[in-house]
Design a binder for this molecule. Structure first.
Ligand SMILES: Nc1ncnc2c1ncn2[C@@H]1O[C@H](COP(=O)(O)OP(=O)(O)OP(=O)(O)O)[C@@H](O)[C@H]1O
Ligand SMILES: [Mg+2]
Length: 244
């Protein structure tokens, strides 16, 4: 009888311990999930804030300053046709007009890169085609449907490609940059490859570009992999998971 009671108590104790363990495991998983959700919300709110700010800045630059410069240009061209300008000043005047034309083009380029219209209006693929075609050494291919994605994700991916190409232009002296995007139902993968100077990806850096990409990729359960060797170029691939 005592033996039976003992065995029953032992079994109850084991069951109790197992239940306790299972509960702890569930709690741990729950905490992990909440942490991830919190990180996702935080990253997305930062991105939303940035996107709103960039959109406002781009619009102000384009419509405000851009509009003012265009009206100065219009008046100066009017002056050119009507006024008598001293021969010595004609060259100077034409140079000033050319610089003004260049400034207007540059302003439009900056505003466009800050938040391209084509991204919000037509989606990732056309916006990336536009951007990549504007840089002669970039070879761009897009495989997959090109279907519209969540707008936050589209901005995130656009900025990722933008940053990787900018890095390749800024740091490497590359002669060719190959950009590939593969869009599948459950993931989107980006590879940017350059034949520039390469670098040691393990050494610490002051820059924020690659760290920002890492954070954003993390919030989509994705991953970033860097392959680089000094003197042999760089290949960076980034993957975002579209659905669980
Ligand atoms: N494609 C590349 N080829 C060679 N070096 C690179 C490449 N991409 C990044 N690097 C190196 O890695 C460093 C970190 O890049 P990261 O984009 O984080 O910062 P950054 O470009 O220096 O500054 P930021 O992006 O904040 O303007 C760079 O300073 C550069 O030395
Ligand atoms: Mg950078």
């Amino acid at each position: 009888m005592i033996l039976l009671l003992g065995i029953t108590l032992c079994v109850l104790l084991v069951v109790f311990l197992l239940l306790l363990f299972a509960r702890q495991l569930i709690n741990k998983n729950k905490i992990e999930r909440l942490k991830k959700e919190k990180q996702l919300v935080a990253t997305q709110s930062v991105l939303e804030g940035e996107t709103a700010e960039r959109t406002r800045l781009a619009r102000d630059l384009h419509d405000g300053l851009g509009g003012m410069l265009s009206s100065v240009r219009f008046n100066l061209y009017g002056l050119k046709n009507g006024a008598t300008i001293d021969n010595n000043d004609v060259d100077l005047f034409n140079k000033a007009l050319n610089t003004l034309d260049e400034s207007i083009r540059e302003l439009r380029r900056v505003a466009h890169n800050m938040m391209p219209n084509s991204l919000t209006r037509y989606g990732l693929k056309p916006a990336l085609v536009d951007f990549c075609n504007s840089i002669s050494i970039v070879k761009f291919s897009y495989f997959g449907s090109g279907n519209r994605l969540d707008s936050k994700l589209e901005v995130m991916i656009y900025r990722t490609v933008h940053e990787l190409i900018n890095n390749a232009l800024k740091h490497t002296g590359a002669e060719e940059i190959i950009v590939q995007v593969i869009q599948e139902l459950d993931r989107i993968a980006i590879t940017v490859q350059d034949d520039g100077c390469g670098f040691d990806a393990t050494s610490p850096t002051e820059g924020t570009g690659l760290n920002n990409i890492q954070d954003r990729v993390g919030s989509y359960n994705g991953r970033m992999e860097i392959w680089s060797k000094v003197g042999e170029g760089t290949e960076i691939s980034v993957e975002f998971i579209l659905s669980e």
